[in-house]
Design a protein around this ligand. Structure first.
Ligand code: NDP
Length: 498
C-alpha cells in the first residue's frame, strides 16, 4: 500500500494499493482497445462527453479543495482558485476550441504541382495511448488538463500521479469514471516512477511529463530506445526584474505572492528578484516587512497564507541549499530555517541577498526561498537573467510597456510577463512550457492539442498522364530537365529583393 501523509499535521490521511508491475501489459492492452472505440466517436461528441467532468467537479468544490490541501499542505482556498477553478476553466476552454484546432481539414497550397492536378490535405489524428506522469505540487490541475486535451483529441490515457499525492490521483480517476466514456479509457497507476516509469515509457506513444529536470532527462534517455515521444515540463528559476518606474506598491505585493504561494513549490515561482539599485533598499525593506506579516500555519486553519512543504526530504534539500548559500556569502534577511513552532514540514518564508554566480542563484530551490540581486543597466540585468540553466518564465516590471516588450524579446524563457508574475499557467489559451533545462514542448491551447496528435498528410492526384519525372530517362526527359533548370533559375532571389 502507498500511504498518504498530511505534510502539515503528519497524520495518515489514506492509502491506495500499489499497481503491480506485472499488470502494466494488461493495462496497455485495455487502453489500446478503449482508444480504438473512442477514436471512432466524432470529435464534437468526444469533447462534449469529456466536458461533463465540470458537472461532477462542481458538486464537490469543497471536498476536492480540502483533499488537495490535506495532501499537499496548501490552503484549501488557494487549492480551489489555482487548481479546481483552473481545471474547470481550461476544460471549458478546450471544449470550446478543439473543433477549431483539430476538426478542420486544411488544404495545403502546392503551387507548380497543382498544374499537374495534385492536391494535399492535412488532418490531425490521435497518437494512441498517452501516458501522463504528474508532479506533487499541483496534483490536480497539471495532469487534469493534459488528460482532458489527450482525450478530446481521441487518445486513451494512462495516468501516474506522484506517490506523494495518490489520493488526488485517485480522485481524478473517480471523476473520469463518472462520465460517459469507454471502460479503461482513463486508467490510473500507482507506484514509484523508478518502478513503473520504464514500462510506461516503453509502451506509450507519448509521455506528457511534469517534474524535475533530472527525472525529465532520465525519461528522455529511456524514450530514445523506443522513440517514444516526450513532452517535458521541468524545473525553473524564474526571475522578476523591477525598474524604478514600475508601480512599486503592486510589484512588492506581487513578489511576495509570487515567491511564497504554495510554499514556493511552483515551477514558475519568482525565485530571483533583480531590483534596480535606485529602489533596492526601499523595495527590499517593504518586501521583508510584508513577508513578516504572512501567516504560516496548518493550512486548514482560517486565514493561513503559507502552509507546509511536501515532505522531510524536500525541506531538508531547501535547508541545505540555504546553508550552502550562507557559506558562499548570501545574507539572510528573514527566515532561513525550519519553522520551530510547527511539527509538520514547514520552512519559514526566506529572503536572501546574493550575487549572480552563487549556487542559490543558479540552482532551483523548490521551496519558499527568494534570492535578491541588484542591477544598474538593462544590458547587465538581461545578461544576469539569461545566465541560468533554466528558461521557464520571467517577469518585467515597468510602466514603459515598449521597454518591457523590448527586454521581453531578449529573455531566454518560454513566457515573459510584463507587470505580472507566475499566473500564466492559468491561461488555457496560451502556450505553456520552457526552454533549456526547463523542458521541451508546450502544453495548453492549440500547441497542447498538437502535442497529443500527429499530422496526417493526404496527397490526392487526378493527373491523367505519367508524371514528368518518371522513367524512361530518354531524350524527352533531357528536355524536361532543361525546363526544370529554367524554373530553378527563376527561384534565385534578385539582389534588389528583400
Ligand atoms: P519528480 O521529478 O520527483 O517527480 C515527478 C513525477 O515523475 C512523479 O510522478 C514521479 O513519481 C515520477 N518519476 C520519478 N522517477 C521517474 C522515472 N524514472 N520515470 C518515470 N517517472 C518518474 O518531480 P516532483 O514531483 O518533485 O516535482 C517538482 C519538480 O517539478 C520541480 O522541479 C518543478 O519545477 C517541476 N515542475 C515543473 C512544472 C512545469 O510546468 N514546467 C510544473 C510543476 C512542477 P514518484 O514521485 O511517485 O516516484
Amino acid at each position: 500500500m502507498i500511504k498518504s501523509i498530511n505534510p502539515a499535521t503528519l497524520e495518515l490521511i489514506g492509502e491506495v494499493e500499489e499497481t503491480p508491475i506485472e499488470k502494466i501489459n494488461e493495462i496497455f492492452e485495455n487502453s489500446k482497445k478503449a482508444q480504438k472505440i473512442w477514436a471512432k466517436v466524432p470529435l464534437k461528441q468526444r469533447a462534449r462527453r469529456i466536458a461533463e467532468v465540470n458537472k461532477i467537479i462542481s458538486n464537490q468544490f469543497n471536498e476536492i479543495s480540502l483533499l488537495i490541501s490535506e495532501e499537499v499542505g496548501k490552503p484549501p482556498s488557494e487549492a480551489f482558485v489555482n487548481e479546481v477553478y483552473s481545471v474547470m476553466d481550461s476544460t471549458f476552454h478546450y471544449y470550446s476550441t478543439v473543433q477549431e484546432f483539430l476538426g478542420k481539414t486544411k488544404e495545403i497550397p502546392l503551387k507548380f504541382y497543382e498544374s499537374l492536378k495534385k492536391k494535399s490535405i492535412l488532418l490531425r489524428k490521435p497518437l494512441g495511448v498517452v501516458c501522463v506522469i504528474g508532479p506533487y505540487n499541483y496534483p490536480f490541475t497539471i495532469p487534469f488538463q493534459q488528460i482532458v486535451q489527450s482525450l478530446m483529441a481521441g487518445n486513451s490515457v494512462i495516468f501516474k500521479p506522484s506517490s506523494e499525492t495518490v489520493l488526488v490521483g485517485k480522485k481524478i480517476q473517480e471523476i473520469f469514471d463518472q462520465i460517459d466514456i469507454p471502460k479503461n479509457l482513463v486508467q490510473t497507476v500507482f507506484g514509484s516512477g523508478s518502478k513503473l516509469g520504464n514500462p510506461l515509457i516503453d509502451n506509450a506513444q507519448k509521455i506528457l511529463f511534469t517534474g524535475s529536470t533530472a527525472t525529465g532527462k532520465r525519461i528522455m534517455q529511456r524514450a530514445a530506445r523506443t522513440l517514444t515521444e516526450v513532452n517535458l515540463e521541468l524545473g525553473g528559476k524564474s526571475a522578476m526584474i523591477v525598474f524604478p518606474d514600475a508601480d512599486l506598491d503592486r510589484a512588492v505585493k506581487a513578489a511576495r505572492w509570487g515567491v511564497f504561494t504554495n510554499s514556493g513549490q511552483v515551477c514558475s515561482s519568482v525565485k530571483r528578484l533583480y531590483l534596480h539599485s535606485s529602489i533596492y533598499d526601499n523595495f527590499l525593506n517593504n518586501l521583508v516587512e510584508l513577508t513578516r506579516k504572512l501567516k504560516q500555519d496548518i493550512p486548514t486553519k482560517p486565514n493561513v497564507d503559507v502552509g507546509a512543504m511536501i515532505n522531510e526530504e524536500q525541506l531538508g534539500f531547501v535547508d541545505e541549499m540555504v546553508k550552502k548559500g550562507i557559506e558562499e556569502g548570501a545574507k539572510v534577511l528573514i527566515g532561513g530555517k525550519r519553522n520551530p513552532n510547527l511539527k509538520g514540514y514547514f520552512y519559514e518564508p526566506t529572503i536572501l541577498t546574493a550575487t549572480n554566480n552563487m549556487k542559490v542563484v543558479q540552482e532551483e530551490i523548490f521551496g519558499p526561498v527568494l534570492v535578491v540581486l541588484k542591477f544598474d543597466e538593462e544590458k547587465e540585468v538581461i545578461e544576469m537573467v539569461n545566465n541560468n540553466q533554466y528558461g521557464l518564465t520571467s517577469s518585467i516590471w515597468t510602466n514603459n510597456i515598449s521597454l518591457g516588450k523590448k527586454i521581453a524579446e531578449q529573455l531566454d524563457t518560454g513566457s515573459v510577463m510584463i507587470n505580472e508574475v507566475v499566473y500564466t499557467f492559468a491561461l488555457p489559451s496560451t502556450p505553456w512550457g520552457g526552454i533549456k533545462n526547463s523542458g521541451i514542448g508546450r502544453s495548453h491551447g492549440k500547441l497542447g492539442f498538437y502535442e497529443v496528435t500527429r499530422p496526417l498528410h493526404i496527397n490526392i492526384d487526378q493527373y491523367d498522364e505519367p508524371d514528368l519525372w518518371w522513367f524512361p530517362y530518354d531524350k524527352n526527359f533531357d528536355e524536361i530537365v532543361k525546363n526544370f533548370k529554367t524554373i530553378a533559375s527563376s527561384l534565385v532571389l534578385k539582389d534588389s529583393e528583400e
